[in-house]
Ligand binder design. Structure first.
Ligand SMILES: NC(=O)C1=CN([C@@H]2O[C@H](COP(=O)(O)OP(=O)(O)OC[C@H]3O[C@@H](n4cnc5c(N)ncnc54)[C@H](OP(=O)(O)O)[C@@H]3O)[C@@H](O)[C@H]2O)C=CC1
Ligand SMILES: Nc1nc(=O)c2c([nH]1)NC[C@@H]1CN(c3ccc(C(=O)N[C@@H](CCC(=O)O)C(=O)O)cc3)C=[N+]21
Length: 283
């Protein structure tokens, strides 16, 4: 049976350490502040927003939430970002993705001050990631690396297959994995013979948003399987991209959904918000 990689437990530990750091910052007059913009009602984004607000409150991070209607114009959204860029009390800005169709994701992301881009989506941060310089990185990949680290799963020299090439998960995770000496393949909807590829993975990461897409026959015995997917089923429950019941007897380690990658994403977002806030003291 696979070891359950418990993101809930590991994230709690990280958050309680952060809480102490935040208390220290407060004594120096700094309250780490995160501004979140949510346009419309993407279901995964709503889950994220709710949990994020809770955790921020618990550890003393100030979280400002801006909910804009589905039909918001590009101009209105850019004006909101510009206002937050100028606000000296705001350390990090996060625009929830995906955005509704009328909005140009790249233009919006590029308008965020790179020094406040807590998601690490700006071209400057992405460039630093791929040149292996210190930088803010996307919270989900960061959280996945922290979870592997907590269970002492070393990626050095391992074959890592990442299914999904989004800017928020697949691509930045590939950068981090390469920086940690893994051998990385990125797969996507055009990949041929995907199953043969995933079966070669020592570490398989799935981030596509197709519930229960990965079955036992797509997994190498003993592999570590990281399930990033979050879909809400007709039953109202959250489902991952991995058929956990089928894969559990085959895999060496597996992240549950919920309680795996999701809580790690939130802890990582908080950690990086606090890092950005520290710059107010040290420049
Ligand atoms: N737990 C967490 O913290 C987070 C969870 N998520 C969840 O992860 C999932 C993925 O999110 P995100 O990265 O934003 O997704 P996107 O929708 O931006 O990208 C999906 C990727 O999966 C690929 N894909 C889709 N279907 C298949 C298929 N049948 N076979 C192979 N590849 C496929 C697409 O390929 P192509 O590029 O060719 O179209 C694309 O690269 C979602 O369920 C989301 O809710 C996301 C972020 C954080
Ligand atoms: N700019 C941007 N950055 C993101 O990182 C980003 C985004 N946009 N848009 C949406 C996706 C999705 N995402 C999630 C993060 C945590 C949970 C999460 O907390 N999951 C819990 C859910 C627990 C529950 O509520 O039942 C868990 O898996 O245990 C879910 C989804 C981040 N994303």
């Amino acid at each position: 049976m696979a070891t359950r990689l418990d993101g809930k437990v590991v994230s709690k530990r990280i958050l309680s350490e952060l809480q102490q750091t935040v208390t220290g910052l407060a004594q120096q007059g700094v309250t780490p502040t995160l501004a979140v913009i949510l346009v419309g009602s993407d279901p995964a984004s709503q889950v994220y927003v709710r949990n994020k607000q809770r955790r921020a409150e618990e550890i003393g991070v100030r979280s400002l939430m801006f909910k804009l209607p589905e039909e918001t114009s590009q101009k209105t959204l850019l004006a909101k970002v510009a206002e937050l860029n100028q606000d000296p009390d705001v350390d990090g800005i996060l625009v929830q993705l995906p955005l509704p169709k009328q909005l140009d994701e790249r233009v919006v992301i590029n308008s965020i001050d790179p020094d406040k881009d807590v998601d690490g989506f700006s071209p400057v941060s992405v460039g630093r990631l791929w040149t292996n310089e210190p930088t803010v990185v996307a919270s989900t990949p960061y959280g996945i690396m922290a979870l592997l680290d907590a269970y002492q799963i070393d990626v050095t020299g391992k074959r890592v297959v990442i299914v999904g090439r989004s800017n928020i998960v697949g691509r930045p995770l590939a950068g981090l994995m390469v920086n940690h000496d893994a051998t990385v393949t990125i797969a996507h909807s055009k990949t041929r013979d995907l199953k043969a590829l995933t079966r070669e993975a020592d570490i398989l990461v799935v981030a596509i948003g197709v519930p229960h897409f990965i079955g036992a026959d797509a997994v190498k015995p003993g592999a570590t399987v990281i399930d990033v997917g979050i879909s809400r089923g007709a039953d109202g429950k959250l489902h991952g991209d991995v058929d956990a019941d089928a894969v559990e007897p085959v895999a060496g380690a597996l992240t549950p959904v919920p309680g795996g990658v999701g809580p790690m994403t939130i802890a990582s977002l908080m950690a990086q918000t606090v890092e950005l806030a520290k710059r107010r003291l040290h420049g």
